[in-house]
Design a protein around this ligand. Sequence first.
Ligand code: PMP
Length: 352
Amino acid sequence: MSRFWSALTHELEPYVPGEQPRIEGLIKLNTNESPYGPSPKVAEAIVAEAGEALRLYPDPQASALRQALGAYHGVTADQVFVGNGSDEVLAHAFAGLLKHDAPLLFPDVTYSFYPVWARLFDVAFETVALDAAMRVRLADYRRPAGAIILANPNAPTGVALSRAEIASLLADHPDIPVVIDEAYVDFGGESAIPLVADHPNLLVVRTMSKSRGLAGLRVGYAIGSEDLVEGLTRVKDSFNSYPLGRPAQAGAIASVADEAHFQEARLAVIAARKTMSEGLEGLGFEVLPSAANFVFARHPARAGADLAAALRERAILVRRFGAPRIADWLRITVGTPAQVGRLLAALAEILG
Ligand code: PMP
């Protein structure tokens, strides 16, 4: 508390990211990072930008990166917006697209940054409860709304809606902005990007932090109509002209160019997720069907907090959330096969 803070600052309840501790031999399954590094070509591209070139400001429009992403996804560069992590892209969407008289709708259990941005930008919102199976029920969104944002696959549940379901959501809501946050889609979800062509109100948000192993580089992007991208660009250019430095732009371009590395890493995660989900079920956990690089699980006999603490004593970090509905659930990032093995062995020991 400070007398120098504005009234808004006094009222903020900031998002708390998963911890990044330095513990010897830690198995870090708490922030959905990739267990595999980025393409080695990324480091080469970054090093090439890290000398004399740093004297000059980067391209404020990140034109080459937007061109590369547009070509990759089959849209024009003018349909691509890039930002400093998808968190920044989402923040600009809250400020520039999602604030209307009627409330923004999102699930009661979803990315916990959404209500934080809503409060920061004074966006009226209502949460819509997931059903008993922790699924988004689209019928519940048929109500007055100024905009809708869904993470798909949802976080922290990992449960995905099909593209056909997103299409039906769009058919229900042709006249309001709909943002689909596809941070985890590369691990088995169906992207809504093909729907952008017919839906000028659809913005699909992506990140390079998870499937491309680049959480440390901070590159996210969005794909949508030129109209939505122009709106985001107006917000960006009223906030920070250069959200991506030269190394980030060059590294991201190199990542997009290495399709083989991308496929290999994401398929390895999908395979290890199966082992992990089946292993957890074998230990008596209830495990939601995950299309992401994490699983959401709870044990009928043990409190989530106790399990998380017992894992931590064994240098295994998982994520738990305080919200009452999900307090007993653990969100566990899919690691390497060796890490998954260590996790399952530790849980077997903890559960006796
Ligand atoms: N969306 C969702 C659903 C997430 O879980 C995350 C990661 N915390 C993000 C967006 C943001 O990722 P980044 O800023 O690293 O792109």
